[in-house]
Structures are given as C-alpha cells and as structure tokens.
Design a protein around this ligand. Structure first.
Ligand code: HSE
Length: 437
C-alpha cells in the first residue's frame, strides 16, 4: 500500500464533524478502494472546546486555518469554513500555492473566485474538488464532468435550494404562510445563517454558476445570473398552479440555445407530471437534457451533515487514488467567455395573476394589451371572491389568472406596463415563468 494521504480539515461544523466520522467509519473500505489509508492529521475551527461528537485527541490543532493549509503535516486541505472571502479564500489559496490539493464545499467561493482558484490549481498541478458545493449528497459534479463527457448538454435545471423547496412544499400541502414555513426551516437547520441567501435565490445562483460551467464549458459568471427569490409567492399562486396542472418550484436553469446561454434562478411553474415536480420537502433534484442520454434526473439530499460529508469523502477518495481532473472539466484557458443571454430575451410561457377591478371592459382591455403585442393566451381564469357572488359587478378587485403561450420577457413586461397604465388593476401583477418539460 502507498503512503497514507494526510488530511487537514478547516471548519468543524455539522459537515466537518460528519466528514471525520465518515472517514473513520469507512476507513477500511476506503483504504481498499483507493489503495491508501486516509488519515485526518490536523484540524482548525473557531472554538477549540466545543462538543462535536468526535474525538480530536491525537489531531494537531490550528487556530489559524491558513497555517493548517500551509502545514507540512498534511497533503490535502479540506475547506468547510464557508464564505466567498476571508479565512476560507485565504486558506484555499494558501493550500494551492503550497502545492496541496483542496476539497471544498464552498459554493460562494467557487461562484466568485472559481476561475482564479482553478487556474492556480492547474498551475500547481494539484486537484481542486468541490462535489459537495452543489446539491449536497447528489454526485452532480462528477455526473456532468465525467459521467456525461460523451454528451452535448442542452439544459441543466433543478431544485438547488432545499429551504425554498421545503417552504413551497409545506405552503402548498398544509396551506401555511411563508413566514411559518421559513421559521420551521430555520428551526430544522436547513436555512443558511442568513436566510435571505436561501429565499432570495442567491444560494441556488451560486450552485447554478458551477453547474452551468460544468455543463457548457463556459467561464464561471455568477454575476450574469438573473436571480429572483420566492418571497412574492402566495397561497393564491400555489392554489392556482394546482388547478392549472402545475407546481411552483424555485428552479435554477442553465440552457444553451441558438441565441446564447441563459442562466436564471426564479420561481417556476413546472408541469405536475414532470420528474422535478414530484420532489417535495428539503430534497434537491437536478435534471439534465443531453443529446445522447436524453433526460436524466438525479434526486437526493441537498444538505445535512452526513449527505454533504458523502460528497466530501468521495472527493478525498479521488485524490487518494491520484485522480486530478480539470476542476471545471476543461483547462481554464479553454473555458468559453461568450456573453450570457440577458433575461429580457428569455422566451417561454407565463403565468400572470392580476388583481382586476371588477368593471365592464376590464378583462377585454387586458386581452387587447396582450393581443396588440401578439401574445397568445392559452387560458384565462377569473375568480369570484368567496362569498361575494353578485349579479352586478362592484368594481372591487378580483383575481384574474392568465396563462400565455411562448412570448418574450420584454414583450410580457411591456404588455403588463400598458395594463397597469390603463388603471384596471389594483396591485402589482404577479408573473411566474413556465418551464417546459
Ligand atoms: N441552505 C442550503 C439549502 C443548504 O437550503 O439547500 C446547502 O447549500
């Protein structure tokens, strides 16, 4: 058997502690599979004395993760600190510069500095592995980079944030408010320290930036992602979706079309019969459309100590075996820098919920504004306010829901601006894009 692989771990939260336990539990199997023993030799965390359920006796302790990253005691540095800047970034850069391979679960770091870090890893001829950074325990990085190397990928989309999926699922199934469901997600430990990262779509955007690069061989460009969160979704939308044969999911979508690459995160209507619509609760899912394999959906735990540790340990095992893939599947110099398609040029169907003053001609005026711009309506649904059925219109607002056939984002926004200017509606229109299967 070769020399042991000496591992240093920075960040001993739920994931860090689970990595130590999993490496211990699977130590014999991992040694057989990789031909080397994998030994955690040193650790670093903010608080030394905290109870973590792991025995740190015998491991060298570093107060400073950068010192651990550079230490001669380790061959491989595992970064589980989090955050795009500060100690996480400094320690990863220090490890790579010192010629050590790095395993990280840090999506924010990769979304912001992935290109520079991949270039540094390439220059130093070491590995930079990040399976745990996207969709926790789902091996999506390896699937895109290695498993589908023989495919041309057209679209990759998924439920990339468990907190949002948990909130939307509970709101839909139990008719609870957004606030109640968010509080529950926080209590269960799904949400990020700052839950705006989850519900605002930013966590999903970081993950999408990584997926898009792996799928299309383009430079990481998180700033080009159109991001909307789930804060505006109401029970009225979830109920209307259900009636119309849809479910609402926060999706991250990266798609290569003839006009360019789209990258977007927003609440989305998905057909109730699609694979992605079946995924409820904190679970993540990623669907890939590719020429040879056609459609592939991977479903699994997107967060949690053991599930995320599973991905970290898989990367450690690869490095123990001597595998050093280009982090994003291609040498950095070959990653394509072409511009992404702006959201205004997105084309697809739309769900629109309007609160319309119940007056003669209101719906006709709305339909005219759509028709003027060649927007074709697939369905139009006006609801009577519960218990308010009257033989004459009262002028009070009633919900009107439109489903459009494919049109462009610019066209729909122009039509809605004209509808607002006409003065028939009482609130800002709700717009949710429909994703085709
Ligand atoms: N807060 C994230 C989620 C966890 O809800 O999916 C892992 O990124």
């Amino acid at each position: 058997m070769s020399n042991p692989l000496r591992v240093g771990i920075a960040g001993l939260g739920t994931v860090g502690a689970s990595v130590i336990k999993l490496l211990e539990r699977q130590s014999a199997a991992l040694a057989s599979r990789t031909g080397r023993s994998i030994e955690v030799r040193a650790v670093s965390a903010r608080e030394r004395g905290r109870e973590r359920g792991v025995d740190l006796a015998g491991l060298r302790w570093f107060d400073d993760p950068v010192e651990l990253a550079k230490s001669g005691d380790i061959d491989l540095f595992v970064e589980l600190i989090g955050g795009a800047e500060g100690p996480a970034r400094e320690a990863v850069e220090a490890a790579l510069a010192a010629g050590k391979s790095v395993v990280t679960a840090n999506k924010a770091l990769l979304a912001k500095h992935g290109m520079a870090l991949a270039a540094l890893a390439e220059k130093q001829r070491v590995a930079l592995a990040f399976e745990a950074s996207v969709a926790g325990g789902i091996p999506i990085v390896k699937t895109l980079r290695e498993g589908l190397a023989g495919n041309e990928i057209r679209r990759v989309y998924g439920i990339l944030n468990g907190t949002c999926n948990y909130i939307l699922s509970r709101m839909e199934l139990e008719k609870l408010s957004f606030e109640q469901c968010l509080a529950e997600a926080q209590r269960l430990g799904y949400a990020e320290a700052d839950p705006t990262f989850d519900i605002g779509g930013f966590d999903a955007a970081h993950k999408l930036a990584i997926l898009s690069t792996l799928a299309f061989g383009t430079a990481v460009d998180a700033d080009a992602i159109h991001v909307e969160g789930i804060q505006s979704i109401t029970l009225a939308d979830l109920e209307a979706a259900d009636e119309l044969g849809y479910r609402i999911k926060l999706l991250g979508v990266a798609e290569r079309g003839e006009r360019g690459i789209e990258q977007r995160v927003h609440p989305t209507m998905v057909s109730k019969t699609s694979a992605i619509a079946q995924v409820m609760g904190v679970t993540n899912a990623v669907t890939i459309d590719a020429d040879a394999v056609k459609e592939l959906t991977l479903v699994g735990p997107g967060a949690g100590g053991e599930a995320t540790a599973s991905a970290v340990v898989a990367d450690i095992a690869d490095i123990a075996r001597g595998i050093r893939s280009a982090p994003f599947g291609l040498p950095v110099s070959m990653l394509d820098h072409s511009a992404r398609l702006p959201m205004q040029r997105h084309e697809g169907g739309y769900y629109i919920r309007l609160s319309v003053h119940d007056r003669p001609g209101a719906v006709a005026a709305i339909a005219t504004r759509m028709a003027e711009r060649q927007i074709s309506l697939e369905s139009i649904m006006q609801r009577t306010r519960p218990g308010k059925r009257a033989s004459i219109s009262t002028g009070a607002p009633v919900p009107v829901i439109l489903i459009t056939y494919a049109t462009s984002e610019t066209t729909i926004r122009e039509a809605l601006a004209a509808v607002v200017a006409d003065g028939y509606i009482a609130e800002r229109p709700q717009v949710i894009r429909i994703e085709r299967d």
